[in-house]
Design a protein around this ligand. Structure first.
Ligand code: FPP
Length: 254
């Protein structure tokens, strides 16, 4: 049993075809617009985050239906600490709460959970809960959900460099592969598609290294309204892109 109710043929590698077109293996999402969505309804911004959290389940299910194997969600950035204290506490609490209430269901639905970001800077209880969710779901082979929480692309690159220096690697042995191994959780391919909701066209320190050749898609829909039809539009846009990876199309016959 997986989270998908009507599973499409699974795309384990980018470029796999489904009856509906080319499916990205890894979709990474900047879930923007929760605050504006709530404010437009005369609600506190925190209500937008609650609606945003609920939307993760719906989108994850649909991504798996469409054959996506990895989904990374940008849930809290290293810069989000500068938000008003009340909103920061609310987001930390929302994650803590969702770890209690959602992880059982995700596990039953065969979802594998991974974390990306600086775990050690989070409250100890929260980082323990995150580690427990990762451990509990580690053998699952449905869609992999990577939760970027206290994540920043620049911080990740600096942390990787520090670890490499500490490991004593010599400069001539340092290459893109050794660097890449220090960043995303092991075995996670670079995102094929980066989606940003709420009409912005910024990368905002998200997956800076990994998104070097990702296709970027922006939609005006705020995150709480990014539904199944929006997922389909993003995947369709991806399937019409010509990816060249710095080469020319003649190098990569279809
Ligand atoms: C951006 O909207 C969203 C965030 C900074 C947080 C994303 C969080 C969630 C979707 C819910 C919590 C998720 C987990 C896993 C706990 P914004 O507040 O910047 O919106 P705005 O640009 O309209 O102000």
């Amino acid at each position: 049993m997986t989270i998908a109710d009507q599973k499409q043929p699974t795309a384990k590698a980018p470029g796999s075809k489904s009856p509906r077109g080319l499916i990205p293996a890894h979709v990474a999402i900047i879930m923007d617009g929760n605050g504006r969505w709530a404010e437009a309804r005369q609600q506190p911004r925190t209500e937008g985050h609650v609606a945003g959290l609920e939307n993760i389940r719906r989108v994850l299910r649909h991504l798996e239906n469409r054959g996506v194997s990895y989904a990374t969600i940008f849930a809290f950035s290293t810069e989000n600490w500068t938000r008003p204290q009340g909103e920061v506490s609310f987001l930390l609490e929302l994650l803590a709460e969702s770890l209690k209430t959602e992880v059982g269901d995700l596990h039953e639905n065969n979802v594998r959970i991974l974390h990306q970001g600086r775990l050690a800077e989070l409250p100890p209880e929260l980082s323990k809960e995150i580690a427990a969710a990762v451990e509990l779901t580690s053998k699952n082979d449905g869609i992999t959900l990577i939760v970027a929480f206290n994540y920043g692309g620049r911080a990740e690159i600096v942390d990787a460099a520090k670890r490499l220096i500490e490991s004593g690697v010599s400069a001539d042995k340092l290459d893109e592969e050794s660097f890449a191994r220090e960043m995303s959780p092991p075995g996670v391919p670079d995102p094929d598609l980066v989606v940003r909701t709420s009409g912005e066209f910024r990368i905002s320190n998200f997956l800076l290294w990994q998104s070097a050749y990702s296709e970027f898609y922006s939609t005006p829909a705020p995150w709480p309204e990014f539904d199944e039809a929006e997922v389909d539009k993003a995947i369709e846009a991806f399937s019409n892109r010509k990816r060249k990876f710095g080469g020319i199309l003649a190098d990569r016959p279809e």
